[in-house]
Design a protein around this ligand. Structure first.
Ligand SMILES: Cc1cc2nc3c(=O)[nH]c(=O)nc-3n(C[C@H](O)[C@H](O)[C@H](O)COP(=O)(O)O)c2cc1C
Length: 202
């Protein structure tokens, strides 16, 4: 199994990355040979989409189109395309994805999808260029809001799942909401992160 784990936290080695590492251990417990790449987006210079739409309007049999912007996204296209599963960790920022994840997702959209999908009569929506089925595990962290209230603050998970499904055919398979970590501590969620990794690999 080939797994790409992505941390959208601006902080290294803190809650989000710690839980991603634990999920990776869970993956390894099921598949010791798994090829796992961990990407902390804070280490990458990825600029925001310019809406030039050259990617969207490129017809090709290739599994992705490269953006017109030359930056560290170039290091990720093949890794993204080769993955069988993704783990995406996102600390909630005002209930949403971080700037790092937002930019990453917008750069994925028309590079990995073509405008050939249709839903409820609306045409031109993203359809994955590569039909390969993949899996997605999400890890959402936040400082204050415990799991019981997550419906009021977690719009990030929905957005990540929607983009990863419509552009990379990644089916949400496992998820972890690690809420109120400032009060509860990250340790409380370690077993669930490990189990999440196992479920993703199982
Ligand atoms: C700009 C910003 C907005 C945030 N908004 C929220 C929020 O709405 N609710 C919350 O509980 N925590 C919020 N946080 C706290 C982060 O979610 C929390 O510090 C993060 O999950 C920790 O992840 P990390 O240790 O990997 O950085 C915010 C943090 C920042 C920097």
């Amino acid at each position: 199994m080939n797994i790409l784990a992505i941390s959208g936290s601006p902080r290294k080695s803190r809650a989000t990355e710690t839980l991603i590492d634990e999920a990776i251990k869970g993956v390894r417990s099921i598949d010791p040979e798994a090829l796992i790449t961990k990407v902390c987006l804070i280490d990458y210079d990825i600029r925001h989409c310019l809406n030039c739409l050259k990617c969207r309007d490129t017809e090709t049999e290739e599994p992705y189109v490269r953006c017109t912007i030359r930056d560290d996204m170039d290091r990720l296209y093949d890794i993204i395309d080769n993955a069988d599963a993704y783990i995406i960790g996102n600390p909630l920022h005002s209930g949403y994805v971080t700037g790092l994840i937002s930019v990453f997702l917008e750069r994925i959209v028309w590079c990995f999808a073509e405008p050939k999908g249709s839903v409820m009569g609306i045409r031109g929506i993203p359809k994955p260029r590569n039909p390969k089925l993949r899996r997605l595990g999400t890890i959402i962290t936040n400082a204050k809001v415990p799991p019981a209230f997550k419906m009021f603050c977690n719009d990030a998970e929905k957005q990540i799942k929607a983009v990863m499904k419509s552009c990379l055919n990644a089916k949400a398979t496992a998820s972890l909401y690690a809420g109120a970590i400032e009060l509860r501590g990250v340790e409380r969620y370690m077993t669930r992160a490990y189990n999440m990794g196992q479920k993703l690999a199982g």
